[in-house]
Design a protein around this ligand. Structure first.
Ligand code: PGA
Length: 248
C-alpha cells in the first residue's frame, strides 16, 4: 500500500529561469497525482518563488537541509520552521554531500530530522556507504549502524522516508544493481521495525545515477518505492520520464 514517491534534489543548481522547468514537472505531477507523489527540493533561494508559481499543483516543494534548532545565532543556516514558512512540505536530511562536505554526524542528522518533523515537515533521511565499505563486503553492517544512529526517537510512515544512496553511485553514472538495492531496502525495513517503527509501511527510495533509461528497471522491484534523483531532475524531460516510470 506504499505510494511511489519520486523526489528531485536540485542541489546548488537553479535561478529564476528554472521556474519554467518546475512548471513542466508540476504538470506531470498533476497528471499522475492519483498514483505517485512527486517532490522537488530547489535551492532555498528559489523556494518562495517556486511556491508562488506551482503552489496549487500536486508537486511538493522541499528544502535540501535544515538546522537542528528552530532559531538562534547560526549565521548562514536555516531552520525547519523557516522552510515551512517559505512553503516547504519536506526536507532532505543527511545527504552524503552534507555528511562529507559539512562533517554532519549521525547525531546531527538525527537532531535535524527531529527538528523537521517537529514543525510538520516530511523528512527524507539519507544513508549510504562509501565504495571501500561496499568492496570489503561490509555495506549492510555499515548501513544498519548508520541508520539506527540517524533515526529520530519517534517516526511515522507519513513523516519519514528513507533514501538509500550509495556514495559511489551518486553523480557517477554507476547505478547500483537492483538485487543489491532490494537487499539493502529489506535491511532498512528491519532496522526501522527494530527501532519501534513499522518497516513494512515506511517508504524506502533509492538514489544514485537514476535516469530516464534505468528507472523502470528499478521500479519493477516492489521493495523500491521510488527514487531520489539529482542530475536527471534538472531537466523536465528526464525527470518526467522517471515520474511516469513510477506510475503503475
Ligand atoms: P544523482 O544524485 O542522481 O545525480 O546521482 C543523486 C543524489 O545525490 O541524490
Amino acid at each position: 500500500m506504499r505510494r511511489p514517491y519520486i523526489v528531485g534534489n536540485w542541489k546548488m543548481h537553479g535561478t529564476a529561469d528554472a521556474l519554467t522547468t518546475l512548471a513542466d514537472i508540476a504538470a506531470c505531477a498533476d497528471s499522475v497525482a492519483k498514483q505517485v507523489d512527486v517532490g522537488i527540493a530547489p535551492p532555498a533561494t528559489l523556494l518562495h518563488r517556486a511556491v508562488s508559481s506551482v503552489g496549487g499543483s500536486a508537486l511538493a516543494l522541499g528544502g535540501q537541509d535544515c538546522h537542528s534548532e528552530q532559531h538562534g545565532a547560526f549565521t548562514g543556516d536555516m531552520s525547519a520552521e523557516m522552510l515551512r514558512d517559505a512553503g516547504a512540505e519536506f526536507v532532505i536530511i543527511g545527504h552524503s554531500e552534507r555528511r562529507s562536505g559539512h562533517r554532519e554526524t549521525n547525531a546531527d542528522v538525527r537532531a535535524k530530522a527531529a527538528a523537521a518533523m517537529a514543525v510538520g515537515l516530511g523528512c527524507i533521511l539519507c544513508i549510504g556507504e562509501p565504495l571501500d565499505v561496499r568492496e570489503a563486503g561490509e555495506a549492510e553492517d555499515y548501513l544498519a549502524g548508520q541508520l539506527a544512529a540517524s533515526l529520530p526517537n519517534s517516526f511515522t510512515p507519513d513523516m519519514l522516508t528513507i533514501a538509500y544512496e550509495p556514495i559511489w553511485a551518486i553523480g557517477t553514472g554507476h547505478r547500483a544493481g537492483r538485487d543489491d538495492i532490494v537487499a539493502v531496502h529489506r535491511l532498512i525495513r528491519t532496522v526501522l521495525t527494530g527501532a519501534g517503527g513499522d518497516g513494512a509501511a515506511q517508504r524506502v527510495l533509492y538514489g544514485g545515477s537514476v535516469n530516464a533509461s534505468n528507472a523502470a528497471d528499478l521500479f519493477a522491484a516492489d521493495e523500491i518505492d521510488g527514487a531520489l534523483v539529482g542530475g536527471a531532475s534538472l531537466k523536465a524531460e528526464s525527470f518526467n520520464a522517471i515520474i511516469r516510470a513510477a506510475a503503475p
